[in-house]
Design a protein. Structure first.
Length: 148
């Protein structure tokens, strides 16, 4: 299947890789289908969550454990149920990244990760209520502290 995207032009996607977000993403509730782009690129930790039913929409995402080694997700049982999670090892986890003009100010939303059940391709952005992670976690600031 081909989709014509705003940021990547005309791309070919495998329909089996389409992710279903039944509730959309907060602020974009009308967009229910996405694909992950950039997984074949080994040198970058960043991927793109590209809208399929709204091809103008794409979010830069990163596995939050790449930028915060002790990152842990704690979500409500209802969220686990919505995603149909049976095996936590099959859950992909991403943080939405905001890339401003000054790239050194790039942030990741650690408070509301995107979880994807790889068994059924269902996804959801969940807001963690019991964890005290910031919405704007400064990526480069923290990498420098780690010596990276």
């Amino acid at each position: 299947m081909q989709i014509d995207t705003r940021h990547f032009g005309l791309i070919e996607i495998n329909e089996e890789t389409i992710l279903d977000f039944p509730e959309g993403i907060p602020g974009f509730e009308d967009v229910k289908q996405f694909v992950l782009l950039g997984q074949e690129e080994d040198d970058s930790p960043f991927l793109w969550l590209q809208g399929v039913d709204n091809t103008d929409l794409a979010f830069a995402v990163i596995d939050p454990r790449v930028i915060k080694l002790d990152y842990v997700v704690d979500v409500e049982d209802a969220e686990v149920e919505i995603l149909g999670i049976r095996d936590t090892k099959k859950v992909l986890m991403y943080a939405i990244v905001v890339v401003p003009e000054d790239i050194s100010q790039m942030t990741a939303n650690l408070k509301a990760p995107i979880l994807i059940n790889a068994d059924n391709n269902k996804g959801k952005q969940v807001v963690m209520v019991h964890e005290d992670y910031p919405i704007k976690y400064r990526i480069f600031e923290e990498r420098q502290k780690l010596g990276g």
